[in-house]
Write a protein that binds this ligand. Structure first.
Ligand code: S3P
Length: 175
């Protein structure tokens, strides 16, 4: 199985943009689980939440994550996976992430994350107070599964990607 790097973190922390950049720099494949959920459901995330609710969204999210991770067994390509910010709340996903070798947490300042999330595509980012509470509920989960934590405050996508690639290479050297 090829190397797998999994990006986690709250909504608006830059997982997709950074993940694409890291994948490009390493010459690896890139997968975004939000996009896979939309493809699987044939609907936007907002549409899924509106029509079927959050539990149905999480069910599809779990399905696409396990399909992706289990499908990697037969692949020798390197892969970067960007997970939706709430995937960590799915117990089976949380337990699986504990076993993965390279889980990278993007740690963004909450105000920046909130303002980036105001694009009409995130059903759980309507209200600033609820957004903060959600983060408080999840923060310990993110940190528990993370092998590498990267502070992204004030950094560009390229800077964060470079830092991740550097840290991955240093880890490989000391293996
Ligand atoms: C969610 C995060 C979103 C998306 C959905 C729910 C969450 O992904 O999966 O809107 O519960 O935090 P991003 O983290 O990519 O915004």
């Amino acid at each position: 199985m090829g190397p797998t790097l999994i990006l986690i973190g709250f909504m608006g922390s830059g997982k997709t943009a950074v993940g694409k950049r890291v994948a490009h720099d390493l010459g690896w494949e890139f997968h975004d689980t939000d996009l896979l959920v939309e493809q699987e459901a044939g609907s936007s995330i907002v549409g899924i939440f509106e029509r079927e609710g959050e539990p149905a969204f999480r069910k599809t999210e779990e399905l696409v994550i396990f399909r992706l991770l289990d499908g990697r067994r037969d692949s020798s390509a390197g892969t970067v996976i960007s997970l939706g910010g709430g995937a960590i709340t799915i117990h089976k996903v949380y337990r699986r992430l504990l076993k993965e070798k390279t889980v990278v947490l993007l740690d963004e300042d909450l105000e920046t994350a909130f303002s980036r999330s105001q694009n009409g595509k995130r059903p759980l980012a309507d209200d600033r107070e609820a957004f903060g509470q959600l983060y408080a509920q999840r923060e310990a989960l993110y940190r528990a599964v993370a092998d590498i934590e990267v502070q992204t405050r004030g950094k560009s996508v390229n800077q964060v990607a470079e830092e991740i690639v550097g840290r991955i290479c240093r880890r490989k050297d000391s293996d």
